[in-house]
Design a protein around this ligand. Structure first.
Ligand code: T1G
Length: 661
């Protein structure tokens, strides 16, 4: 039978007397109004078509359905609404089977849950990521998932928003089978179902008598990670209600919660970040630049940063050549990389086979000439200009002419490093965050002479690592460290004016940061910033306000966590207020005749946010950051800024009419 269109993005064809309905709404087959109305029309058509015994639903391309169309949020709703479509599927008189060819997320997962059967392809995944957008599933996810997989697993998946791949989906009971041709297998399953009572997920009883301790443990695990956010707790409440409410009551409660949260500031902030993260790696006009294929990556230096970068490249399938100065250093670099991979195996992030495969793609060497095979060289040596420029000068004579050279410097000027090479157009900055195999953020520095093709290649490489690239221009500290320095300076001004480190940290933590700035400094160690301040002392503007408290602490041997004392004391490793630090601060105030005054948490946050925003505004004016959202993405993914506040630039925009954030 011919191909029948039901809307712009939904069409169908009869195959073996089953109506195969395909959703084709690039890029991710989101459930736009057009898709919803197309699905309804297809259901109407099949209901009255005797020649069709059932329906198979599938997605075109590599996604099944990526969820509701997030771009429609905040706009007037258009009928038919998704819950209506989903109820129609579940109640349908003929079997409806999902052929899950790729990601079934959010509303896409809810569509699949309402089908009478599910066949998964090898690339399938299921997830209800709504909490990551500050909402709860709005079309039955919290009510149907526990009915299929139980409360404990549903709390884990819906509360965390994580997606499960084919293997786990089958183990959880989400799928009726795996097939290389999911549509063909789904047609067969629809035939099997024909004439039998259909399995309607919504009427299944929630598996009774689940161990209450396991339910509480799953709940506690989710809540521990959702500091300051309300969606995860709301989602858990709804999942648990499946044991108490019937489907209709449960769905009504879910919908009401969804609508309330959809209009919350938490959801607006998280949606902003969703789109900002996808925009941050884009440069206007760059898509035309063709990117070079990067298969072999050389990492120079195998310290903490270099070995983390090597692990990240290995686990994403690259060949890695790790260069050290001596064979002994190369051997310990190899051991460090192997240990990091082992750790991933222990935590379940990597299989033993995956680790062996990574090690087979790793070469460690002390011979610089081995770098000739590299498509990209990432330098992760000591952050010293002479060391780096010497290295880049030497690389010219070693690497291929088409190899890309990247520096991982945090504070040095990458243009100065690039100037040491014969061809600065092939140099780019790749500022990874530590530990580099875990942290998603990478600042991709577009240096003065970086060629568009080199920038495009670097961006594609970072995305290929599964990381989050943010493009920025050259300035000391790029986006993140510039803003960090600015608010650290403001925090120290407040210390001098009367606040204490524990008060400032408490305000930041109450706002949603996992750790306040002074506790963070203690963890990172105070000596690097101290060395920088000493280097800058000669050129510092004598009229500019300078707070000496941190210097006094360093001089007293208080270098942070490692030395057992910093802004706090750490008896038995536990952060504790130290009267000695209070005394140093009071002495510094007295030396400048500052009359100490008290600060409220709101005032502390307002001053810190203002410092971040002022610096962010300057970075935008200088073209170092292209969009305010880029700054938000960096602060959230690199510096612990709470995602549900949307980042400093977003928060400032939201609160611009209020005196305090
Ligand atoms: N709506 C609108 N646009 C979307 C979208 C969506 N749901 N998902 C992705 N995009 C855009 C994205 O902005 C980008 O655009 C392009 O698609 C490619 O995305 C009722 C309320 C599916 C795993 O949260 O996780 O259902 O930048 O770069 O790496 O209960 O996109 O090219 O212009 O991420 O191949 C729940 C979000 C919605 C899924 C594909 N769904 N998406 O990854 O591509 S709420 C989600 C993803 C909901 C119901 C509720 C991923 C992906 P541009 P991409 P990718």
């Amino acid at each position: 039978m011919a191909h029948i269109p039901f809307s712009k993005s939904v069409s169908a064809r009869l195959r073996d007397s089953v109506f195969v309905v395909v959703i084709d709404n690039p890029p991710v087959n989101a459930l736009s109004a057009d898709v919803r109305s197309g699905l309804m029309a297809a259901l109407d058509h099949v209901a009255s078509l005797d020649a069709a015994t059932g329906i198979v639903l599938t997605g075109a391309g590599s996604t099944f359905i990526g969820g509701a169309d997030i771009k429609e949020f905040g706009k007037p709703s258009v009928e038919p609404m998704l819950p209506e479509v989903i109820e129609r599927i579940e109640a349908f008189g003929k079997p409806v089977v999902a052929a899950v060819n790729g990601a079934a997320l959010g509303g896409g997962c809810e569509v699949a849950l309402a089908c009478h059967g599910r066949i998964v392809g090898e690339k399938a995944s299921f997830g209800l990521p709504e909490v990551k957008l500050g909402i709860v599933p709005g079309a039955g996810g919290t009510q149907r998932l526990p009915r299929l997989i139980g409360l404990v697993a549903a709390i884990d998946l819906i509360g965390s928003g994580r997606a499960v791949k084919t293997g786990e989906a089958v183990a959880l009971g989400l799928a009726d089978g795996i097939a290389t041709d999911p549509v063909g297998a789904a047609i067969a399953l629809a035939h099997e179902f024909t004439g039998k009572p259909l399995r309607r997920t919504g009427v299944i009883c929630v598996p009774p008598a689940e161990d209450p301790a396991a339910v509480s443990a799953a709940e506690a695990k989710v809540l521990a990670k959702s500091r300051g956010q309300s969606a995860p707790a709301e989602a858990i409440r709804l999942v648990k209600a499946t044991g108490e409410l019937d489907l209709r009551q449960g769905l009504a409660e879910e919908r009401a919660t969804f609508l309330r949260l959809r209009d919350s500031s938490e959801s607006a902030a998280l949606r902003h970040i969703f789109f900002a993260e996808r925009a941050a790696g884009k440069v206007e006009g760059l898509d035309k630049a063709s990117s070079r294929k990067i298969e072999t990556v050389a990492v120079v230096g195998t310290g903490l940063m270099g070995s983390g970068i090597a692990v990240s490249a290995l686990t994403s399938g690259h060949r890695v050549i790790a260069l050290e100065q001596t064979p002994e250093a190369a051997a310990s670099g190899k051991a460090r990389i192997a240990e990091t991979l082992d750790k991933s195996v222990r935590s379940g992030r990597l299989t033993a086979g995956g680790r062996d495969d990574c090690l087979a793609r790793l070469q460690t060497t002390a011979e610089a000439k081995d770098l000739v095979k590299a498509d990209l060289v990432i330098e992760a040596v000591f952050d010293d200009l002479t060391v780096k420029t010497d290295l880049f000068r030497r690389l010219d004579g070693i690497v291929r002419a088409d190899a890309i050279l990247a520096t991982n410097t945090s504070y040095l000027n990458p243009d100065a490093i690039a100037a040491a090479t014969a061809d600065p157009s092939r140099v780019v900055g790749l500022h990874f965050f530590s530990p580099a195999n875990v942290m998603r953020l990478v600042e991709v520095v577009d240096c003065a002479k970086t060629a568009p093709e080199v920038l495009a290649s670097a961006l594609a490489f970072v995305k290929g690592l599964g990381k989050l690239p943010v493009v920025c221009g050259v300035t000391e500290g790029f986006i993140g460290n510039s803003i960090f320095s600015a608010y650290r300076r403001e925090a120290e001004f407040m210390l001098e004016d009367g606040a204490l480190p524990q008060e400032i940290d408490a305000a930041l933590e109450a706002y949603g940061f996992p750790m306040g700035i002074f506790a963070v400094n203690d963890m990172a160690g105070l000596e690097i910033a101290w060395a920088r301040r000493k280097r800058q002392a000669a050129t510092r503007d004598p009229a500019a306000r300078y707070v000496e408290i941190a210097d006094r602490l360093c001089e007293a041997g208080r270098l942070g966590h490692k030395s057992g004392r910093g802004w706090y004391a750490y008896p038995d490793g536990k952060r504790t207020i130290d009267p000695e630090v209070t005394a140093v601060i009071e002495a510094a105030r007295a030396a400048k005749n500052i009359a100490s005054r008290s600060f409220t948490p709101a005032e502390i946050m307002s001053r810190l946010l203002k410092a971040m925003v002022d610096e962010g505004t300057a970075l935008l004016a200088d073209g170092v950051a292209a969009r305010p959202g880029d700054i938000d993405v960096v602060m959230i993914n690199g510096y612990g800024f709470p995602a549900h506040r949307g980042g400093p630039m977003f928060a400032a925009e939201q609160n611009k009419d209020q005196p305090h954030a």
